[in-house]
Design a protein around this ligand. Sequence first.
Ligand code: PMH
Length: 388
Amino acid sequence: MDNQEFYRGTWAEVDLDAIEQNVKSFKKYVSNEVSVMAVVKANGYGHGAVAVAQKALRAGAEYLAVAILDEAIALREAGIEAPILVLGWVPPIYAEVAARNGITLTVFQEKWLEEAASILGKTLLNIHLKIDTGMGRLGIKEEDEAKQLIECLATHSSFYVEGFYTHFATADEPGNPFIEIQIDKFEKLASFLKENGLQPKWVHLGNSAGSIRVPKRIGNLIRLGISMYGLSPSQEMKSIQPFKLNAAFRLYSQVVHVKKMMAGEPISYGSTYHTSEGEWIGTIPIGYADGWIRKLSDAYVLVNGERAPIVGRICMDQFMVRLPSKIEVGTKVTLIGKEGSEEITIDDIAERLETINYEIPCMIGPRVPRLFKEYGEKKGVMNTILKK
Ligand code: PMH
């Protein structure tokens, strides 16, 4: 690991080639007229927003999406010039900051337009109008709200309506027809807006699951999130996944202490685990402050291709495992990833925590450095670049 910039034996490895493959697979699957918006909010679902954004753009994505204005500005500060849409509600007082940085905002309130217009003056802001077709989160729901927005937009020259969009609530449930109801509702309101003079460049409905299920009814842009990172939007979606997804996130640490125990010795806070005679116990330097939460105290890690169960309670910065045998201090351990025939996936961890895979890389905290891997120009030579 050259140009290493961290000083701990725990890191996440992000496979940028996997990101590239996934973007390319989606581009191939949807029609030529459909572009990709790479969703890199929440630090690229915990993978590292800047590196993922750059890779996705190189793989053919044309637009980026984030949740909040701060995330968009961070991408600009990193030198990214591609269009960026903020999916969440931005306080209207920051409309000028967004415009100055060439950032597109999501809009669905007349009052917001009025307030933003008074701040923008002659400065032009790119906006996408959000339609709520059944997510119940953000967006206009009815024609009279659309009418108010149209009238308001007509009285101000501060806005350029570049897009319309909606978000699916149940796209990851293959048997659920609600997606069609949402599409019908969207098409009706979008037609109304168009009849009243708005002709946006972009119309977008699909998240990962929606783009897989209804690739012909998702407009001309897909908002690709979870599956760009190589994960399936749900267990049920796995059975209808039309192409392979490549998981990009792996989590590694190392054994920093190894000791042979006598019978009945306690391990960790609360002395909840007692060793058997001759057991080898290893200490691993990652804990709940890194996102490896205490609920994972019955999980295991991989050491030299074998399972090593976590014993005792996970601490803030460390936990202990029962080793298969005596091993060297410094031996690499895998918390998420593959070793020989054994593999621990993000889905395994999510299942253990009774949650969704989305949450797992997001919860691995900023104290865990992200190490980006990609194959360089020379075939077969792995370049390792670190970007925090
Ligand atoms: N578009 C919007 C508006 C989103 O909120 C999200 C994900 C995506 C696209 C990408 O979806 P995908 O990751 O399923 O492809 N938003 C969230 C969320 O709010 N909670 O979990 C995922």
